[in-house]
Design a protein around this ligand. Structure first.
Ligand code: ATP
Length: 340
């Protein structure tokens, strides 16, 4: 992993816990991630591992009963000066956070209907986003909206501006959502399962589009998916999550050729054929438990084919550095040097 490239967003020991009636649900439990300029960080894991809660924590979109702690250090430019702001310390409803959301950090997700209001035109909504984050001049905002719609490959952008979300096809809606997200020229684009609901051709187009935006604008991308095939295509670096923790973290080649955590190895062994990519990963026995009152030791212990009783189910498992930039949370991995 190239350690020296410019880090735009650094997460340190980030936790997002929910107080629910069964106890404390530790959806995200002490993760550290570096999001670098013009790079894609893939976050992968089965359903329930904490991927979406991570993205909602970064945007401070979690419900009020969630507690977020740790550091989320965003590098930004304000009034011509570079500064670092800790998102974890900001008021989720305050002005600063509202300007970061959709400004420095934007998100696209699986269901574009959630991003749009059904009662306003696509144009009004994209222009509104631009007015909020870039320019007060509505004429200029309209020009940027049209240019962005063109950039995302929208056919007939002038006409689209006057259409309502339900009038667009699934693929076009996804493009419109991406246009709205990138119109504010974000430093970080979070893509949370953005192509899961799309057919394979449209999926390929959307992935290509995200890659082009990254290259052209220097955007950092956080790409969240359960699909390792997409991770291979999109990511420069990969974090594998399990039960709210990062269990393996490496550059994409290392992850695919030298996976060291038994969970990553099991995920790799369960990659569906290209034709069946939409399938969920189901070949790992058992399911992800709820992260409430978890037993001591490794979270994957009960499902791990290599589990050693008395070794793996004792104490907290640290993240070990197996080589520079390759970190693994498994006591069976050698050499064992704790990552700092
Ligand atoms: N609002 C909430 N209140 C309580 N628990 C929640 C809430 N949102 C998520 N969780 C729990 O947090 C854990 C992590 O969920 P998360 O949605 O981040 O998983 P995920 O890896 O994104 O899965 P998926 O791929 O299904 O979206 C799960 O156990 C989930 O049940």
């Amino acid at each position: 992993m190239a350690q020296n490239e410019e880090v735009i967003l650094q997460l340190n020991e980030v936790r997002a816990h929910f107080r629910v009636k069964e106890g404390l649900l530790k959806a995200v439990d002490g993760i550290g991630l570096a999001i670098r300029r013009r790079r894609t960080l893939g976050i992968v894991g089965e359903s329930g591992c904490g991927k979406s809660v991570t993205s909602q924590a970064i945007l401070r979109l979690l419900p009020a009963f969630a507690t977020v702690s740790g550091e989320m250090l965003l590098r930004r430019t304000r009034n011509g000066r570079d500064e670092i702001v800790d998102i974890a310390k900001l008021d989720p409803n305050g002005e600063d956070m509202r300007s970061i959301r959709g400004g420095e950090i934007a998100i696209i997700f699986q269901e574009p209907m959630k991003a749009f209001s059904p009662i306003h035109t696509i144009g009004d909504q994209i222009i509104e986003a631009i007015v909020l984050h870039q320019t007060q001049d509505r004429k200029e905002a309209k020009r940027i909206a049209l240019e962005t719609l063109r950039k995302v490959g929208m056919s007939n952008p002038e006409q689209r501006l006057n259409e309502y979300p339900h009038q667009l096809s699934g693929g076009m809606r996804q493009r419109a959502m991406i246009a709205m997200a990138v119109a504010g020229n974000p430093a970080v684009l979070i893509a949370d399962e953005p192509t899961t609901a799309l057919d394979v051709t449209v999926q390929a187009q959307v992935l290509r589009l995200i890659n082009e935006l990254k290259e052209d604008s220097g955007t950092s991308v956080v790409f969240i998916t359960h699909d390792l095939g997409v991770i291979a295509e999109m990511s420069d670096e990969v974090a594998v999550m399990y039960l709210g923790k990062v269990v393996e973290y490496a550059d994409v080649d290392t992850l695919f050729y030298e996976a060291a955590h038994p969970y990553t190895q099991a995920l790799l062994a369960s990659i569906p054929s290209l034709a069946g990519r939409q399938e969920r990963l189901e070949t790992i026995e058992g399911t992800v438990p709820f992260p409430i009152d978890l037993p001591e030791g490794c979270g994957f212990y009960n499902r791990c084919p290599k589990a050693r009783p008395g070794v793996c189910n004792r104490g907290e498992v640290p993240l070990y550095e197996v080589k520079p930039g390759h970190q693994v949370r498994c006591v069976l991995v050698e050499p064992q040097r704790e990552a700092n």
